[in-house]
Design a protein around this ligand. Structure first.
Ligand SMILES: [Zn+2]
Length: 336
């Protein structure tokens, strides 16, 4: 393997003591196999602010820990302690939160994130040593619903928390609008991609990126081709989606951080799922759909499964959400 580097986040703030939270605690009564579990350690890097706010910090940390536990319940056949650097800000912009995990740059390959490798090796391989495995950045400008009672004018913290963590798990892309990958190489030249990008096709099912990491220069336009122009065509996802590829978010105006790295918001059946690119206010599903589970299996998580008990069926939340839409409640969707 010819590793020539990996993406780094530039962090200047010192780390605080990590808080270790068992990924299964939030789900209390669920039967869990002994020992196997993901655990999450969050390093809160903004003393006195955001997650460390003297008034709101404790509840925000609890919400993040509970979101991690709800996600971890699907991964109970894996064992790994995942560490995250967590930052926050309060700015009136469209983004609610963002997250990621580094990868190695190896041209011509489809790389797992550091977090993804750690999970899939049950903690045996930590690609960046003592550094945090992933990072989360949260915008506290908006009104957040931190519990299971999310007001109609608040964003669902736990849903967004699961969404952000899933990006670090490998539901992510390295490419940009020009068809360049992680290394910035032009189409026609081998570049580095995420495992997720290994399964991208055009509407006809033809790969965007060859098995040796070369983006097809005739398919650059698909990246901004609108709904249905780029599909996730992994076998498990297709099986969960009625035998066809899953629409990936490919708006006609490229949006860094949103384009291609999400399910298509403009496809009604996908717009309310956890991995859509935007979310509106109110209580949302915290259940990972069969389509999303299929995608996660395709990118390597073959042992995941829905937890034995889920508090409320996703269908009920989707119905509620649809009704809110019908009755004209303000639904300001923002990027996640
Ligand atoms: Zn996202």
């Amino acid at each position: 393997m010819n590793i020539i580097g990996h993406k780094n986040h530039d962090r200047s703030l010192s780390k605080t003591k990590p808080v270790i939270v068992a990924g299964v605690l939030a789900l209390g009564l669920l039967a869990q196999p002994a020992q196997a579990a993901l655990t999450f350690s969050f390093n809160y890097l903004n003393p006195g602010q955001g997650f460390d706010d003297p008034t709101f910090g404790a509840a925000r940390k609890t919400a993040l820990n509970e979101a991690a536990g709800m996600l971890g319940a699907y991964f109970s056949n894996y064992t790994a302690n995942l560490t995250y650097d967590v930052t926050s800000y309060s700015i009136n912009k469209n983004t609610l939160a963002s997250a990621g995990s580094d990868s190695f740059i190896v041209p011509g390959t489809f790389q797992q994130t550091i977090v993804q490798t750690k999970i899939l090796t049950n903690g045996a391989t930590d690609g960046n040593g003592a550094d945090a495995d992933g990072s989360i950045d949260w915008n506290f400008f908006y009104n957040w619903g931190l519990t299971d009672n999310v007001a109609a004018n608040a964003y669902d913290f736990k849903k967004v928390g699961m969404h952000e963590l899933l990006h670090s798990f490998g539901f992510t892309t390295f490419g940009n609008a020009t068809g360049a990958g992680f290394g910035g190489n032009a189409p026609g030249t081998p570049d580095t991609w995420s495992k997720f990008e290994n399964f991208l096709t055009d509407a006809s099912g033809n790969r965007l990126i060859s098995t040796d990491g070369v983006f097809d220069s005739t398919k650059v336009a698909a990246l901004t081709g609108g709904s249905g122009s780029v599909l996730f065509s992994g076998a498990n996802a297709v099986a969960a989606n009625g035998g066809v590829g899953v629409n990936v978010y490919a708006p006609t105006t490229w949006t860094d951080g949103s384009s291609i790295a999400h399910l298509d918001d403009d496809t009604p059946a996908l717009s309310q799922l956890i991995m859509a690119s935007t979310v509106s206010e109110g209580l949302k599903t915290r259940e990972i759909s069969a389509i999303e589970l299929g995608i996660l299996k395709d990118i390597g998580y073959t042992q995941i499964a829905a937890p034995a008990a889920v508090p409320v069926p996703a269908a009920a939340w989707l119905m509620l959400s649809g009704l809110l839409g019908l009755f004209g409640v303000n639904r300001q969707r923002r990027a996640v």
